[in-house]
Ligand binder design. Structure first.
Ligand SMILES: *Cc1c(COP(=O)(O)O)cnc(C)c1O
Length: 392
């Protein structure tokens, strides 16, 4: 179905942060499959893990035990607030599991009327019927029938509105600690801390969507660590499989107390190839120094981008982000900037709020950061020149 507007490019191979077209042209990949290829392309450890598993077994379903899945779940729990994990195949599915976990918790604890989640303007939670309702964006909801019930949206980061929206049917708050699709907009750490307090005061669950921010993207394993508070339930996907489709819903034992045998499920979730990929990604991301290096490179990139903003004040207004989830807010339509950068063989991703995202693989080198910034500078200069000659 023609639901995507694709760029006229097709890639045949990838090496680290580079994508190579069928014509042999090289592109510097600061899109990373929309924050998915956390270890870049053809990472030897990931390729090896997937090939080894492919020779053994691909899929057995959830009818049987899965040592590889149990190992991945244990490692995710040991490295986070969580006690239990549900594996699925995408971000939207991870959110569906998170929403169901929150609702079922109250059902299991004698408060079935508490099923509503408070969400934030600008949010993106996926494209299933429940997640478009949670995201609340009219352009994604239009034409798909009645909106799924149970989501109350408030202004981005507005704690007063959150408190005002809490009622006898509220189950929790669903928040991205840093909105990705919404324009690389971070919720201030103090706001996240206060959200945690508000949830505790009212007996609500704090549900976080770390589909884009999770698994090292922000220089911490999960972005909420930057604020010092943890959620009760969390959705993860994108980077967790390094390019293999998978998602996960993590939760505390208490928050997931309604998720008993038979109440939820997935045929493909926990697929053995996915579990092998997930474990291989964690081998690299949890290795000593890796996350610190992501944080350091992120800071370096934002410093370099600030200089670019200074030299192109007509086109770009501001640098945003955390770790290697960076954004440039534009003063001209962001699609024009993405196009100009593509002309310099630099791949980026547009986001809401007229932002261009620079989200390289986490293994990016300093030389590649310099190369990207040089291409960005050239791309913006050629866009300026084009605009000048169009004005004359
Ligand atoms: C991408 C994304 C999703 C949806 O993930 P899919 O794998 O496309 O279903 C949900 N939430 C956030 C924050 C995302 O960035």
């Amino acid at each position: 179905m023609p639901v995507f507007s694709r760029a006229p490019l097709s890639f045949e191979r990838g090496e680290g942060c580079w994508l190579i077209t069928d014509k042999g042209e090289r592109y510097l990949d600061f899109a990373a499959g929309v924050a998915v290829n956390s270890l870049g392309h053809s990472h030897p450890h990931l390729v090896e893990a997937l090939k080894t598993q492919a020779d053994k077994l691909w899929h057995v379903s959830n009818l049987y035990a899965s040592p590889e899945g149990e190992r991945l779940a244990r490692r995710l729990c040991e490295a986070s607030f969580a006690d239990v994990v549900f594996f699925c195949n995408s971000g939207a599915e991870a959110l569906e599991a998170a929403i169901k976990t929150a609702r079922k918790h109250f059902h299991a604890n004698g408060q079935p009327e508490r099923y509503r989640l408070i969400t934030f303007e600008g949010a993106f939670h996926g494209r299933t019927l429940a997640t478009i309702a949670a995201g609340g964006q009219e352009k994604y909801l239009e034409g798909f029938g009645p909106k799924v019930e149970g989501f109350d949206q408030v202004l981005f980061g507005d704690l007063k509105s959150v408190e005002a929206a809490i009622g006898p049917e509220t189950a929790g708050v669903l928040v991205e600690p840093l909105q990705g699709e919404g324009g690389v907009r971070a919720v201030p750490p103090a706001t996240l801390r206060r959200l945690r307090e508000i949830c505790d005061e009212h007996g609500l669950l704090l549900v976080m969507d770390e589909v884009q921010t999770g698994v090292g993207r922000t220089g911490r394993l999960f972005a909420h660590e930057l604020s010092g508070v943890a959620p009760d339930v969390m959705a993860v996907a994108k980077g967790i499989g390094g390019g293999f489709p998978m998602g996960a819903c993590l939760a505390t034992r208490e928050a997931a107390d309604g998720m008993t045998a038979g109440v939820h499920g997935s045929t493909f979730g926990g697929n053995l190839l996915a579990m092998a990929a997930g474990n291989a990604v964690l081998d690299v991301v949890l290795a000593p120094g890796f996350l610190e290096d992501v944080a350091r490179k992120g800071l370096l990139l934002r410093q370099k981008l600030a200089a670019v903003v200074d030299s192109h004040p007509e086109l770009v207004a501001e640098v945003r982000g955390e770790g290697l989830l960076t954004g440039l807010r534009c003063k001209v339509p962001n699609g024009e900037v993405v196009g100009a950068l593509r002309g310099e063989h630099l791949l980026t991703v547009p986001a809401g709020d007229n932002v261009v995202r620079l989200i390289p693989p986490l293994i990016v080198s300093e030389e590649e950061l310099d190369e990207a910034v040089a291409r960005l500078d050239r791309g913006l200069s050629s866009l300026e020149a084009a605009k000048r000659s169009a004005a004359e």
